[in-house]
Write a protein that binds this ligand. Structure first.
Ligand code: GDP
Ligand code: MN
Length: 390
């Protein structure tokens, strides 16, 4: 689960990490008021969306008066913000963070993630922070320093100091950076984060070390034990179909193709998407309806798929393991009728009672195509969706 920068900074501040003073604003007038309230001659107006790259996309503006703050806010909120992380349609900006300006000497990078290869959390840091850390990682990976740490003990003092020396901190900055690094690791562990990133982590001209930007993602599987974190969810920023899917126990990921997929089991869903691709088609979504595949779930799944205007055909590929194929066939037929399906439907069933299931499909008056094996099903659905895509 993602949260906004202003929320992430609050989490970091709760763990003792210095962040600039700031005021949240919902419109241009509030941004002007926030500037005055902060009383700092230089301030920064920052778009709050669940995506990075805002600086380069025009979502971060330095201002020197209440009037300028108002203008910057108006400009940022006038249209969806497009960054390399939002996609070409951009993301509407509903909130702004107005922050006191910082006298930046150096911009560094620090982040805690889980390193799956070694099975430990790792604090990564680089002297080359700022806006293009992905480029640094690709071009000169040796400039990303790493300290793996014990999840029970946290980051040791010597590890924090080693990192601070390697980053070239002077004595005063080092004194500030050591607890900051340890606290960042502590926040990551205590809140079950999947990433806790500060970019840029800045050193000011007077050797203060401050988190100028913050990005925190939480492990969704751990949200049950963090009611305070659940409160931070902003549904406006989420794909409405992914959110609706979660409510019905479906795992959904929106994609940009034209073939709707309804599959049970994540592995089979992946294989189905591969099969579609290998026949030159493109999936419109990943969808795992789960082992049971009840009528309710199948109906909701159809509804979700049909909300996408790009969908030209649907492929149902279900393995009757727990649920029997004849029951699934009934469910698919009933759900297809209820949602008044208006695109071609290809159904492939396999598993327990498959003969009975296929018979039910064959005898139905619904206009559907059946297939015995996955490859055949994929080929047929690609044809029905209009053939191979680019
Ligand atoms: P991102 O582009 O979405 O990662 O947004 P950031 O919050 O990281 O801001 C992008 C850049 O704006 C930073 O790397 C800084 O160079 C600049 N910036 C942000 N806040 C300030 C500030 O208070 N003062 C100055 N001078 N620059 C800032
Ligand atoms: Mn940033």
């Amino acid at each position: 689960m993602k949260i906004h920068e202003y929320q992430a900074k609050k989490v970091l501040a709760d763990f003792g990490i210095p962040v600039p003073r700031s005021v949240l604003a919902a419109n241009a007038d509030e941004a002007a008021k926030a500037y005055t309230e902060l009383g700092s001659s230089l301030a920064v107006v920052k778009a709050q969306i669940h995506a990075g790259g805002r600086g380069k996309g025009g979502g971060v503006k330095l201002v020197r008066s209440a009037e300028e703050a108002k203008e910057a806010a108006t400009a940022i909120m006038s249209k969806p913000l497009v960054t390399h992380q939002t996609g070409p349609e951009g993301q509407p900006v509903r909130k702004l963070l107005v922050e006191e300006g910082t006298d930046i000497d150096r911009e560094l990078y620090a982040a805690v993630v889980l390193d799956r290869a070694i099975g430990l959390p790792v604090l990564m840091a680089s002297a080359e922070g700022g806006v293009e850390i992905e480029e640094v990682a690709a071009r000169s990976p040796e400039k990303i320093l790493k300290e793996a740490f014990d999840p029970l003990r946290g980051l040791s003092g010597f590890q924090a100091r080693r990192l601070g020396f390697a980053l070239g901190f002077d004595k005063a900055a080092l004194k500030a950076a050591v607890p900051l690094f340890q606290n960042l690791c502590q926040a990551f562990l205590a809140k079950d984060c999947s990433i806790a990133e500060i970019n840029p982590l800045v050193v000011t001209k007077d050797s203060q070390v401050i988190a100028l930007d913050a990005k925190i993602n939480f492990d969704s599987n751990a949200l049950f034990r963090h009611p305070d974190v659940r409160e931070l969810r902003d549904r406006d920023e989420e794909d409405p179909r992914e959110a609706a899917a979660t409510e019905h126990g479906l795992s959904w990921v929106s994609l940009d193709g034209n073939i709707g997929c309804m599959v049970n089991g994540a592995g089979l869903a992946m294989a189905t998407m591969d099969s579609i691709q290998s026949h030159g088609g493109t999936p419109a979504n990943f969808l795992d309806v789960g082992g049971g595949a009840t009528v309710d779930q199948v109906r909701e799944a159809f509804k979700l798929i049909l909300k996408d205007p790009n969908v030209k055909a649907i492929l149902v590929n279900i393995f009757g393991g727990i649920a029997k194929c004849d029951v699934i066939a009934d469910g698919v037929l009933q759900a297809a009728r209820e949602v008044e399906l208006n695109v071609p439907l290809v159904v492939r069933l396999e598993g327990t009672n498959v003969e009975l299931g296929r018979k039910k499909l064959a005898e139905s008056d619904l206009n559907l195509v059946t297939a015995a094996i996955m490859d055949e099903a994929a080929e047929k659905v690609v044809q029905l969706a209009g053939g191979q895509q680019g």
